[in-house]
Write a protein that binds this ligand. Structure first.
Ligand code: SF4
Length: 519
C-alpha cells in the first residue's frame, strides 16, 4: 500500500496525525470508551482526544470542559419510527434537547459527556444505528436519495445498495486509516438528490445499451469536495451495473487509502489526487482493481432539486404520498422528534427520511390521510410550505459548539431568513447557506448566496464577527459551478439589512419566475 511504503522508507514525510494513527488505529478508541466512562474525562490522555472522531465524536468548544458533539450515521437519510424514538430519547436525556439534521443527512447532538456514551451506544445499537465512522479519517455516512424506494423520479431503488456498502465499511479496519475523510453518495434520483459533484465519490443514475438491451446502472464521479479549496468531482468514463457498485466503491476507497497524500493534511483529500493524476490515469488505476468496466452510457440526471422535497406528492406506489417539511436550519427538540415518530407511525408506515437540505420527509402516507396528518400541531413550526427564505436556508453548527468556528451561525441564519421573509417578496426560492469558517460544513459553495463567517476590524478598530458574500453556486448538470466572492465584508450586525438591500435589486428587476441563478 502507498502509505505503508512512505512509512517504511520516509517516516518523516508523514504528518503528525498519520504518526498517531499508526500508533493507535482510530477504531481502537471504541475499546477504551467504557473504561474512560468509568474513570471520567480527566482520565483520557490528550493524545486520544482526536481519536474519538472515529466513534463519531468531537470535543466541543472549549475542549477542556469535556462535552462531546456526536454525529449518528443515517445512510441515505432512512429512519424508522423506533429509531426516531431512540434518537429523541438521547436528545432528551443527554443532549440538552438539541437535535440537528446535518447537510449529509446525519443526526447531530451536543453536550454529551464521557459517562453518557456507553448507554448512548447501547441505545443506538438496539435499533441498528451507529455513530462509528460519522467523523474521522474513514468512509463517512453515505449520502443518498431520501426518497429511495418511493420516488417517482428514481431510476433505481438504491436502498439495498446503500445498506450493503455502508455495512461493508462500518468498523472495517482495512479502511479505518484513510488519509482523511472520505465522502460518498449513491442516488438513483434524476434530480441529483445526492449532490454528485461535491462528494469524493458519487454514483448517479444512467442507462446503457448492452447486447441490444437497455440496462439501468450508474455513472461515477470522483474528486469532489468543499472546504477552503473546493473541487467539483469529475466523471469517469465507466458504466457500473447496480450489483457492481460495492466493488467499485471498495476499489476507489482502496486507491484513496493506498495513494492518497499523507504528508500535508490539507492536501490529504481524494480531490487533490484526482486533480494531480487526471481522470484518465485515475480510470486506469481503477480498472487495475476492478477489471474491465463498460464505458459510459447516457446520463439520466435532469434538473437539480437542491435536496428539497416540500409538499405532499404522489409516490410511485399507487395510493401513497410522501410529505416533505421544512425544519428551520435543521434544528429540532426531542419532543418534536417523539411527535414525528408517532405521526410517521400513525399516518404512514413509521418511516421518516432526512434530507441534505436539513429537512424531513414522511413517506408512505395513504393519500386520504394526508389532510389529517397536516393538522398535527407539530407542523405549525415544521412547515409543509415554508416561506422562500427560511425554507431555503442552510447553516452549519458555528461558534456555539464548533472549535473551528469564527462566528455564530445557526440562530443567526434563522433570524436573518425570517427578517428577509418579512422584507423581501420573491416568487422563487433563494438558497442561502451560512458557514462559520472555510471548512464549509454548510456547503456554502453551492448556494445561490453563500455567507462565510470571518473576523474583521470595524471602524472603531475592534475585532468583530463579519461575513463575506458569495453568489451563483449550483449543481445543475450542464452548468455546475461554485459561487463567486463579492468584494468586501459585512459586519454581522449589519447582515440582515445588507442582504435585504442586495435582494431588493433582485426583487425589483427579475422576470416572473426567474431564478436567482439565471438572473
Ligand atoms: Fe465548524 Fe467551520 Fe464546519 Fe461551521 S463550517 S461547523 S464553523 S468547521
Amino acid at each position: 500500500m502507498g502509505y505503508e511504503k512512505i512509512w517504511a522508507e520516509e517516516p518523516d514525510k508523514l504528518n503528525k496525525d498519520e504518526l498517531r494513527k499508526l500508533e493507535k488505529d482510530g477504531l481502537d478508541i471504541l475499546n477504551d470508551i467504557d473504561k474512560y466512562a468509568k474513570e471520567g474525562f480527566e482520565s483520557i490522555p490528550k493524545e486520544d482526544w482526536s481519536l474519538f472522531k472515529w466513534a463519531g465524536l468531537y470535543l466541543q468548544k472549549p475542549k477542556e470542559d469535556g462535552y462531546f458533539m456526536m454525529r449518528v450515521n443515517i445512510p441515505s437519510g432512512l429512519i424508522t419510527n423506533e429509531q426516531a424514538e431512540v434518537l429523541a430519547g438521547i436528545g432528551r436525556d443527554y443532549g440538552r434537547d438539541v437535535i440537528d439534521i446535518t447537510t449529509r443527512q446525519a443526526i447531530q447532538y451536543h453536550w454529551l459527556t464521557i459517562e453518557n456514551l456507553p448507554d448512548i451506544f447501547k441505545r443506538l445499537e438496539s435499533v441498528g444505528l451507529s455513530s462509528v465512522g460519522a467523523c474521522g479519517d474513514i468512509p463517512r455516512t453515505i449520502m443518498g436519495n431520501p426518497l429511495a424506494g418511493v420516488d417517482p423520479f428514481e431510476l433505481y431503488d438504491t436502498r439495498e445498495i446503500v445498506e450493503d456498502v455502508y455495512r461493508f465499511f462500518q468498523r472495517n479496519s482495512d479502511f479505518s486509516n484513510l488519509p482523511r475523510k472520505f465522502k460518498m453518495s449513491i442516488s438513483g434520483n434524476v434530480h441529483n438528490a445526492g449532490h454528485d459533484r461535491i462528494n469524493c465519490l458519487s454514483f448517479t443514475p444512467a442507462v446503457k445499451e448492452i447486447d441490444g438491451e437497455e440496462v439501468i446502472g450508474f455513472h461515477v464521479k470522483v474528486g469532489g469536495g468543499l472546504s477552503a479549496k473546493p473541487y467539483l468531482a469529475e466523471e469517469l468514463d465507466v458504466f457500473v451495473h447496480p450489483e457492481k457498485v460495492k466493488d467499485v466503491a471498495i476499489a476507489i476507497t482502496s486507491i484513496y487509502r493506498d495513494y492518497g497524500y499523507r504528508e500535508k493534511r490539507h492536501r490529504a483529500r481524494l480531490k487533490f489526487l484526482v486533480a494531480d493524476w487526471g481522470i484518465e490515469k485515475f480510470k486506469e488505476k481503477l480498472l487495475e482493481y476492478t477489471g474491465e468496466l463498460p464505458t459510459k452510457g447516457d446520463c439520466k440526471l435532469e434538473k437539480w432539486n437542491g435536496g428539497y422535497f416540500y409538499g405532499a406528492h404522489l409516490q410511485k406506489q399507487e395510493g401513497l404520498s410522501y410529505v416533505g417539511f421544512n425544519v428551520p436550519v435543521g434544528r429540532m427538540n426531542s419532543d418534536e422528534w417523539f411527535n414525528l415518530a408517532r405521526i410517521a407511525r400513525d399516518y404512514g408506515n413509521g418511516e421518516i427520511r432526512t434530507c441534505n437540505s436539513q429537512n424531513l420527509v414522511i413517506p408512505n402516507v395513504p393519500n386520504e390521510k394526508v389532510e389529517a396528518l397536516l393538522t398535527e400541531p407539530l407542523f405549525d413550526r415544521i412547515k409543509l410550505e415554508p416561506k422562500n427564505f427560511i425554507g431555503y436556508s442552510v447553516s452549519c453548527t458555528g461558534i456555539e459548539y464548533c472549535n473551528l468556528a469564527l462566528v455564530e451561525t445557526k440562530e443567526r441564519m434563522r433570524r436573518v431568513a425570517e427578517y428577509l421573509d418579512e422584507h423581501i417578496a420573491v416568487d422563487v426560492p433563494v438558497r442561502i447557506h451560512m458557514i462559520g469558517c472555510p471548512n464549509a460544513c454548510g456547503q456554502r459553495q453551492i448556494a445561490d448566496i453563500g455567507l462565510q463567517g470571518v473576523k474583521m476590524k470595524n471602524k472603531d478598530k475592534k475585532m468583530v464577527e463579519a461575513f463575506e458574500f458569495y453568489v451563483g453556486g449550483t449543481l445543475e448538470k450542464e452548468v455546475a459551478q461554485f459561487n463567486n466572492k463579492l468584494k468586501g465584508k459585512v459586519e454581522a450586525d449589519e447582515l440582515a439589512p445588507a442582504l435585504t438591500a442586495f435582494l431588493r435589486y433582485f426583487e425589483e428587476n427579475k422576470e416572473p419566475n426567474e431564478f436567482f441563478f439565471d438572473f
